[in-house]
Ligand binder design. Structure first.
Ligand SMILES: [Zn+2]
Length: 454
């Protein structure tokens, strides 16, 4: 269908622009009439219209023009049905973009929904800008989100499992004892695609082994069989769920958390030694306090001067040597992790990994008077197979952690969610946003007048 230029610019199929009034404040009033063949047939019997019964004026809400508001005045006809015995005696014109009794144009709903789904705007903000209510913007978002989220997940080779807190924990005071007791501490367990581009595959409320197994059990058997590696934090709950539901998958622990544990052990040892030595917590001016950030750094990232500072500060006294031993244990554990193909450029062999792990255990055994090292070695021994598998496969949970950040950001933008289902929907859309195509193109011949530069 060929349109005049003004109607083409206005861009609602089936409406012809008759007149445009621009106000001094920038707002625009567009007067339109119907220009659509299907608009004048009876919805009851399908017969063509007989004669015009009356004219009615409607003002459907439409998109802005830039920053300015646009008022659409649609002068509709109410037709008398052409079939004499039709129960529906009269009907008004209707268009696909603006169905009867609809106060908004379809494209306004679509844009409000797309802003929430595609741009991460909250429904409240989208509603405020487009002057629609929160429920309308929210519903428009659901209409766009649900078809995308309902699609079954494609096979995943490397699966990541992680948790994030839903809101903050709630406490209550015990009337008798006056102590605090947890009233509610709500969590979401999330499943991530670490090898592909599906980002967040799904979430489940709670963080018990049963909650995790429940989500895995819902997936088809073929999907579960395709999972080769599962990456988790050092969390025995998830390990048991994975062993139950994915017995053939290789379980790996995230190496960041392994290093974090070792760094924490060094810090704990330092704090304990300082308290024993001075009878108080460390403070600025203590020699141990001056090297505390250096101890958290990687050995290879220390300059020779910094390394000498650590050795001079801690090497002289027995107390300092205790901290130094913990620090060396951390570096020996990191030696195990540095066999990863990503660091060395070649695939590691299991024997070499186990050898370095033995060196770490040996060091911890020789310093078994340091309680932090004893407990670190015990934890590492408990997760030894998963740690070795992580070094051999090179799979980490880093992607899960980065997507968890998006999940938390979404909750902040929304000033926290009251409805868990709504939170899961919004978080999942936020996480898969980058891997989705949001642009949509239409091609339509819109103008009758050819561009004439002369
Ligand atoms: Zn009829």
């Amino acid at each position: 269908m060929v349109q005049d230029t003004a109607s083409a610019l206005f861009g609602v199929e089936g409406l012809r622009v008759c007149e445009v009034e621009a106000e001094a404040d920038g707002s625009v009033t567009v007067w339109v009439t119907t220009d659509h063949l299907g608009a004048a047939s009876c919805p009851e019997c399908g017969t063509g219209a007989g004669r015009v019964h009356e004219y009615v004026l409607t003002r459907p809400r439409d998109l802005r023009r830039g920053l300015d508001e646009v008022t659409v005045c649609w002068l509709k006809r109410r037709w008398k049905c052409g079939k004499p015995d039709c129960p529906r005696q009269t009907f008004t014109e209707r268009l696909p973009q603006i169905p009867p009794r609809c106060r908004l144009t379809g494209r306004l709903r679509e844009l409000a929904g797309a802003e929430v789904a595609g741009r991460g705007v909250t429904p409240a903000e989208a509603g405020r800008w487009h002057q629609v209510s929160w429920p309308v913007a929210h519903q428009a978002f659901i209409e766009q989100a649900e078809p995308q989220l309902a699609a079954p997940a494609a096979p995943v080779a490397h699966l990541g499992i992680d948790e994030h807190r839903r809101g903050r924990p709630r406490w209550r005071t015990d009337e008798q004892t006056g102590e605090y007791a947890v009233l509610a501490d709500r969590w979401h367990t999330c499943f991530f695609d670490l090898s592909g581009d599906q980002a967040l595959l799904g979430q489940v409320e709670g963080r018990t082994a049963d909650d995790t197994a429940y989500w895995l059990a819902q997936q088809p058997a073929a999907w579960r069989d395709a999972v080769q590696v599962v990456a988790i934090d050092m969390c025995s709950i998830y390990a048991s769920a994975v062993r139950r539901m994915l017995p053939d998958a290789v379980l790996v622990v995230d190496l960041f958390h392994v290093v974090q544990l070792a760094v924490k052990a060094v810090g704990d040892a330092r704090r304990r030694v300082v308290r024993r030595r001075y009878g108080r917590r460390g403070r600025c001016g203590d020699p141990e306090y001056g090297v505390k950030t250096l101890l958290t750094r990687n050995l290879e990232h220390l300059s020779p001067a910094q390394f000498a500072k650590v050795m001079d500060t801690l090497g002289g006294s027995r107390d300092g040597q205790e901290i130094l031993a913990a620090w060396i244990a951390k570096e020996k554990l990191r030696d195990v992790l540095s066999l990863r193909a990503r660091v060395t450029g070649s695939a590691p062999c299991q024997r070499a990994v186990r050898d370095r792990l033995f060196t770490f255990y040996d060091w911890c055994t020789r310093h078994d008077d340091i309680p932090e090292l004893a407990s670190l070695a015990k934890t590492i021994a408990r997760w030894e197979d998963e740690l070795v598998a992580a070094v051999l496969t090179g799979v980490t949970n880093a992607k899960s952690e980065s997507l968890n950040r998006i999940a938390k950001l979404e909750a902040r933008n929304a000033y926290s969610f009251r409805n868990p289902a709504s939170q899961r929907r919004r978080v999942r859309m936020a996480c898969i946003r980058r891997s989705r195509q949001v642009t949509r193109r239409r091609s339509l011949l819109v103008t009758s007048r050819k561009h004439d530069p002369g």
